[in-house]
Every structure is written in C-alpha cells, then in structure tokens.
Design a binder for this molecule. Sequence first.
Ligand SMILES: NC(=O)c1ccc[n+]([C@@H]2O[C@H](COP(=O)([O-])OP(=O)(O)OC[C@H]3O[C@@H](n4cnc5c(N)ncnc54)[C@H](OP(=O)(O)O)[C@@H]3O)[C@@H](O)[C@H]2O)c1
Length: 314
Amino acid sequence: MKAILLQNYGNLDALRIAQVPTPVPAAGEVLVKVNAFTISPLELKIRSGEAKMFVRRKLPMLMGTDFAGEIAEVGEDSTVWKVGDEVLGTVDAFKQSGPYAEYVLVKAEQIIPKPTSITFETACTLPISAVSALQCLRDVGKVKAGQNVLILGAAGSLGHISVQLAKQMGANVTAVCRYNNANFVKSLGADRVIDYSQTSPFAQMEAYDLIFDVVDKYSFKDAKQALRRGGLYLNTVPGPAKMFSALWNPFRAKKMAVFFLKPSIDDLKWVVQQVEEGKLKINIDKTYQGLESIYEATANLEAGHVRGKLVIQL
Ligand SMILES: NC(=O)c1ccc[n+]([C@@H]2O[C@H](COP(=O)([O-])OP(=O)(O)OC[C@H]3O[C@@H](n4cnc5c(N)ncnc54)[C@H](OP(=O)(O)O)[C@@H]3O)[C@@H](O)[C@H]2O)c1
C-alpha cells in the first residue's frame, strides 16, 4: 500500500511517500481502508521530534492519528465488525502506525460505526479534537450554566468545538481570535469576541470562571488577573514546568491545570451523536485530495491560522 513515512525527525521533507506492505489483521484486529484522515498539531510535534520522549516506535514510522473509512478485512475472531462497515476511530500515535496511508490496522475496540448521515470528512475530525474539548470543559473545567468562560484560540480545531460545547453547557462565552474569525465564532454561539491582535484577552479583571487556553501562546501568570477567585486556567499543552506549577493549586485562590486526553469510546460516541443531531458543527477549513497533498496541508497547519480542521481525503 501507499503510505506516508516519517524517515527522521525534522521538517516537512522528513515525510516520504513510499510503498509498504499492507498489514494483515490478527485476532482482535481489523484493517480499515482509509477514506479520510485529519492532520493535527500532535503529528507536527511527533514529526519535528518535539514529542520524541513519548514516542515508543522506531523510525521510519507510519504517521497519523484520526481517520474514517471502511473495513477491508477482519481478524479471525471478529464478531462485531464485517467487511464494508463504515467506521471512524483513532490510534495511539505514540505506539501505533497511523492512518497516513491507504489502510490502517487497529484493534477492534478502537473504532465505532460511522453514521451514514455524517461524511467521512467530518467523521475523521472527531476523535481527538471533539473528545478533548468535551473532557476539558466537562471533566476538568466543570463548566456550569451562567459561568463566564474565555476561550483562547477559539477559531481553531479544539477552540471552535469548545465554543459550541461551552454554550451547550450554558456558559457565557468570550472567544479570543483574530478579527477575520469574529463572525465565524459568533455564528458558533460566542457571546463576545476579543481580537488578540488589538486587545489583551486579560484586560477585564476578575471576569472569568474558566480561561481555556487551547493555543499555548499565553500563561497562567498573565491570565491570573482575569480569573475570578476559585477560577481555573486550563492549558492543553502539557510540559514539566506547567505540571509542576499545578502542584501548588491547594495553596492558591486561582488554580491552573494541564490537560491529558483520556481515550473514551463513550465520549466519542457522544460527540458523534451531537454531530448527527446537528447540535455540534465541525468546520472543515480545507479538504485536500490524495497522500501527496500532505506537504501542502501540513504547511498550512504549521502556519497556525486554520479555521476548524484540515482533512486529507484518499
Ligand atoms: N493534552 C492533550 O491531550 C491534547 C489533546 C488535544 C490537543 N492538544 C493540543 O492542543 C493544542 C491546540 O490544538 P488545536 O488542534 O486546536 O490547534 P489548531 O487548530 O492548530 O489552532 C489553530 C488556531 O490557533 C489560533 N491562534 C493562533 N495564535 C493565536 C493567539 N495568539 N491567540 C488566540 N488564538 C490564536 C488561530 O486562530 P486565528 O487565526 O484567529 O489566530 C487558529 O484558528 C495543540 O498544541 C494540541 O497538540 C492537546
């Protein structure tokens, strides 16, 4: 099969399109013919070597995380899945070969059925971004109706989903993005928009119960003044300094936390249902065609201003 391999940690030309053997599913596994996959910041960090310490695989390795497609082959004992089923799912990018390829091999429990009303393009965007947004707001932020929530990076992948979920939870949402995304985030339900190129997002003192930093361009130190007493600054990009700082929370009136995704099929099914029922809309900024578009698509993501998601369709 044709696949995108990471030859060495580095910049875009570390990715090579190559022919590799098509995997064969063992018992408990299925082979999915990839229809669409999304590209995400995690893959940029793996490619560059920034996330190298977490990677448990050897180079060259097959990249990618979230996908949607059709079952091509099932392992011996599979009773749940059959050839032709339409599915979506995710792999553990630190440990498993991913879907930057014509086929991806997964464990039977890593996929869920794709409803016919949801396109492959939309389905492949959901596992990491939508589940992370849900867990951040519901489990860590514990957002309640009437609370004030500030979302830094509101036009991006996690951000545009978070605006919608925070509104569903009854929060008053202030979205932080560039001026050209103001109407976009308002259309998703944001009550107020701050253009970070003109105004500091933290100018309003003691205003927010939750400051959700999705882009990691800010810090707890800067954000603190805009938090209410008992408020939380939540950052989605873990690092040793931030994790150490969070240990001091018991001694603070204003807290900070870093987020780690907990893979959950139940949460994935929930977000899929939200999309099916029209309660959650995924904005696909651009769909690229074919594995060869990986270079253009990745450069676009790296530029840092994607509105929603980027998808590659095969
Ligand atoms: N810890 C975990 O388990 C976990 C899980 C999921 C994701 N993450 C991490 O979360 C981060 C965000 O992921 P993502 O997919 O949402 O990123 P993304 O979609 O690539 O974010 C792009 C967005 O960032 C916005 N942006 C850029 N500079 C900004 C600034 N100074 N202020 C406000 N917004 C700004 C851009 O909006 P404008 O065009 O308006 O500037 C753009 O829409 C990544 O680092 C990812 O690895 C972590």
